[in-house]
Structures are given as C-alpha cells and as structure tokens.
Design a protein around this ligand. Structure first.
Ligand code: ADP
Ligand code: MG
Length: 207
C-alpha cells in the first residue's frame, strides 16, 4: 500500500463511521455516556481534513492520529490517535508498505492502545476487537496470504471480537462503572474498531 491507499483508508473509515455514528452512539448510550459515534465522527472528519499530500504512508497515519487526538473527546480519541500514530511510526519513511510491514504497524498500534489504556482482552473494550484482528492478520501472513487476504482475516476477526464483547462485564472505561449491568451490550469501541478494519479491508481489496 502507498500513501494514497492509506489516505483512502482514513477517508473510507470516516464514511463508515459517519454512516454508523447513530448506532455507535446508541451502543454508548446503553453502557456509557452516548457520545462515541459523535466523538469518532468528529475525529475522523478532522483526520480527513488534515490528510497531507506528498508524504510517505507512515506520515499519513501520524498526521491523521494527531488530528484525532486533538479533535476527539472521550477516552477513545487518545486511544485511536495513539494507535494510528504508533502504526505510522512503525512504517518509517518507506514509500510502500507490504503485508509484513502493515502487520507490524497494526501490532504497534495495538501495543500503543494497551500501553495507554492498560486494558487486556476480556475487559470489554476496543482491545477485544483489535487484539484478535492483529492475531488473525499475523496468522494469515504466516500461512502465506497476501496483504488483502491478511486484512480480510483481520476485519473478520475484529467483527467477531466485537460480537464477543456482548456478554462481557466491562472492567475498563466508563462502562466499568455499571458492573454487571454492562453485560448484554456490545462495546461501542470494539464495534467502531471493527468498522476501522472493515474500511481497511475494503480499501485493500480494491488494490
Ligand atoms: P468515553 O468513554 O470517554 O465517553 P467514548 O465513548 O468515545 O469515550 O469511547 C468509549 C470506548 O472507549 C469504549 O467502548 C471502549 O472500547 C474504549 N475504551 C475506554 N477505556 C478504554 C481503555 N482503558 N482501553 C481501551 N479502550 C478503552
Ligand atoms: Mg462515551
């Protein structure tokens, strides 16, 4: 993937988030404060506006991540922003990122979210979509899949991971204040993470 492909990823994510903002906000209204769709819609719009021209792929993600951090309220802004910045940093100054490079970038993004949010799998957060997505990507890569196949595996695992948050009891973030009452609802951040990876799969599938 080149810088244009990554810019397309950010743009397409913004479209999917905008189309699903009400649903994300409803999920957050059930176990949080009902702002997740609004937060991410604002964040990814700002990221699209900030997209730079004539820079390497990594810089596209670093710039998008910075815009998200500065424009997105809530816990999710710094978490998504950090993920994109770390992923971008991992890409270095290369003009193209291959399947292994994208996998390493996704792994770095996950590590950034874990470092900042201190959540583990099973805590009912975006980690429950992102961690299995990265694992599925790496497994597909090890089996010899190309970039599009790896990303498709990651997107499927993220969607499954988001579904898997429904019965969980939240142990991190605002939803954790609800204790047992957080059970029976999908985590909004896990659901939006599935959208972000779906957007990547859509863009990678075109290439
Ligand atoms: P806020 O909770 O501050 O209103 P948002 O509603 O935008 O922020 O985002 C909520 C989402 O953020 C949750 O659904 C969860 O996936 C994610 N989240 C919250 N805290 C953490 C954390 N410590 N680590 C990872 N993800 C988290
Ligand atoms: Mg919220």
């Amino acid at each position: 993937m080149n810088a244009d492909d990554l810019a397309s990823w950010i743009r397409h994510t913004a479209e999917l988030v905008s189309a699903d903002a009400d649903r994300l906000t409803r999920l957050d209204a059930a176990i949080g404060d009902g702002d997740h769709g609004l937060n991410l819609d604002r964040g990814f719009r700002a990221a699209v506006e900030a997209l730079p021209a004539d820079v390497p792929p990594g810089k596209v993600l670093i710039t998008a991540g910075r815009a998200i951090v500065s424009k997105t309220g809530g816990a999710s802004g710094p978490l998504y922003g950090t993920a994109l910045r770390r992923a971008g940093k991992a890409m270095g100054d290369e003009g193209e990122v291959d399947a292994a490079g994208l996998g390493a970038a996704l792994r770095a993004g996950l590590e950034g979210v874990v470092e900042l949010g201190k959540a583990a799998e099973g805590d009912k957060t975006m980690i429950d979509a992102l961690a299995p997505a990265v694992a599925a990507y790496e497994a597909a890569l090890a089996e010899g899949s190309g970039l599009a196949g790896c990303v498709r595996a990651a997107a499927e695992a993220a969607a499954k991971g988001a579904d898997g948050t429904v019965p969980m009891r939240a142990r991190k973030g605002r939803a954790s204040y609800l204790g047992a009452r957080s059970e029976g609802h999908m985590d909004p951040g896990a659901s939006s993470t599935a959208l972000v990876l779906q957007a990547l799969a859509d863009v990678a599938g075109e290439g």
